[in-house]
Design a protein around this ligand. Structure first.
Ligand code: SF4
Ligand code: SF4
Ligand code: SF4
Length: 313
C-alpha cells in the first residue's frame, strides 16, 4: 500500500505543479484512523497529505457537479462509474475532469469491523497488514482477517477496464470472500413490504444518504425534499419515510451505480444498497442498460423513445 500511496501523491503533485488542474479530490486522514476523510488538495506541497487505504469510503464523484474548476478526482474502480454516469448526464464537463483510478485491495465495512473488534471511537491506529486489518485501541492491537470485514461488494468486484485517465496499479491483491445475504431465498413481496416498513421506521430523515450520493445533485430543488421537508428530531411517520426512499430510488433509477455510498453514510445502518440493487436489476432487465459504462449514452429513463412507445416495446 505504501508504494501505491506514494505513486498517488506523485501524480497529484505533478498535475498541480503543471497546472493541469486546480484541485485534486482525494482522501486524507480522518478524525479517526479507521475513517479516512475527503480531502481537497490545492497546493502541490499538500499532496503528501493524501492517503489510500481500506478505510477510504466516500465516493468522491459526489463533489464534481458542484465544482466550477479543473479538478482531478481519485476513484476506486467501483466509484469511477459514477464519473462516467455524470458525464453521460451532462452534469460535468469531461474537459474539466481528470480521473485518477486506483486498483484497490477492497474497503472495510465499518459495521462489520466494529462487530469484530468493538467500538472504533478510541482507535489510535488502523491499517492493513498483509491480509489482516489491525486496529490499535489503548495500546492493544486487535487483528481481524480483512476477508471477514470487507464490504460485500468487494468480494464480487472486477476491476478490469476501470475507467480512468490515469490508472495506478501497484498489483495489490484484492480481498476475497463470500457475502452473507440477509434476504431469505423465498422472500416475496410481503416479506419485502415488512422488511422495508421496519427498516424505514428507523429513518431519522437526516438526508445523509442523499448528500453522499453522486446521482443526487439537485442542491436547491430536490423534488423528494420539496414535498414535505422534515429534519432529524421530528417523530416521523414510517410511511412518509418509505415514500421518501421509494421516490428517491425511482429518481436515481438508471443513474445509480450501486456504489453503496448512501448506505455507508446512513447513521442508523439502513441497508439502502438492497433497495438500489433491486431497482438496478429492474433497469438492467427492462432496458439492457448498465449505468457507468458509457459516457455517450444517456440513462434510459431520461430518454423518450416515441417509436418504441408506439410499437409497444
Ligand atoms: S468494490 Fe471494493 S474492491 Fe472493488 S473497487 Fe470498490 S472498494 Fe475496491
Ligand atoms: S443511490 Fe446510493 S448506491 Fe446509488 S449512486 Fe447514490 S449513493 Fe450510490
Ligand atoms: S441516511 Fe439513513 S437515516 Fe438519514 S435519511 Fe437516509 S436512510 Fe434515513
Amino acid at each position: 500500500m505504501e508504494k501505491l500511496e506514494a505513486e498517488l501523491r506523485e501524480k497529484a503533485k505533478e498535475l498541480l505543479e503543471k497546472e493541469e488542474v486546480t484541485t485534486v479530490i482525494g482522501w486524507g486522514a480522518g478524525w479517526n484512523p479507521a475513517k479516512a476523510s475527503p480531502l481537497f488538495v490545492r497546493d502541490a506541497q499538500d499532496a503528501d497529505k493524501l492517503v489510500f487505504n481500506p478505510f477510504c469510503q466516500n465516493n468522491l464523484a459526489v463533489y464534481l457537479p458542484r465544482l466550477n474548476e479543473k479538478a482531478a478526482v481519485i476513484t476506486k474502480p467501483c466509484d469511477a462509474g459514477s464519473v462516467v454516469a455524470l458525464i453521460a448526464e451532462g452534469k460535468i464537463d469531461r474537459e474539466n475532469v481528470k480521473v485518477i483510478s486506483i486498483k484497490c485491495p477492497g474497503s472495510v465495512n465499518p459495521a462489520k469491523l466494529e462487530a469484530a473488534v468493538g467500538s472504533l471511537d478510541d482507535a489510535t491506529a488502523a491499517y492493513l497488514d498483509g491480509d489482516t486489518i489491525v486496529v490499535e485501541v489503548n495500546g492493544e492491537a486487535k487483528r481481524v482477517p480483512f476477508a471477514q470485514v470487507a464490504l460485500d461488494r468487494c468480494y464480487l468486484c472486477n476491476q478490469e477496464n476501470a475507467f480512468g485517465d490515469i490508472v495506478i496499479d501497484e498489483g495489490v491483491s484484492k480481498v476475497t470472500g463470500e457475502a452473507v445475504s440477509i434476504v431469505p431465498e423465498d422472500a416475496d413481496s410481503a416479506w419485502w413490504r415488512d422488511f422495508w416498513a421496519k427498516e424505514f421506521d428507523r429513518c431519522i430523515r437526516c438526508y445523509a444518504c442523499r448528500e453522499a450520493c453522486p446521482a443526487c445533485y439537485c442542491r436547491d430543488n430536490c423534488a423528494v425534499q420539496a414535498l414535505r421537508e422534515r429534519w432529524t428530531g421530528a417523530k416521523l411517520d414510517a410511511k412518509e419515510a418509505l415514500m421518501f426512499h421509494a421516490q428517491r430510488a425511482m429518481h436515481v433509477a438508471g443513474r445509480c451505480t450501486e456504489c453503496g455510498s448512501c448506505e455507508r453514510a446512513c447513521p442508523v445502518g439502513i441497508p439502502l444498497s438492497l433497495l438500489h440493487k433491486q431497482v438496478g436489476d429492474a433497469v438492467r432487465k427492462l432496458f439492457d442498460f448498465n449505468v457507468g459504462e458509457k459516457a455517450d449514452e444517456r440513462p434510459p429513463l431520461e430518454v423518450f423513445r416515441k417509436e418504441e412507445l408506439e410499437s409497444g416495446h
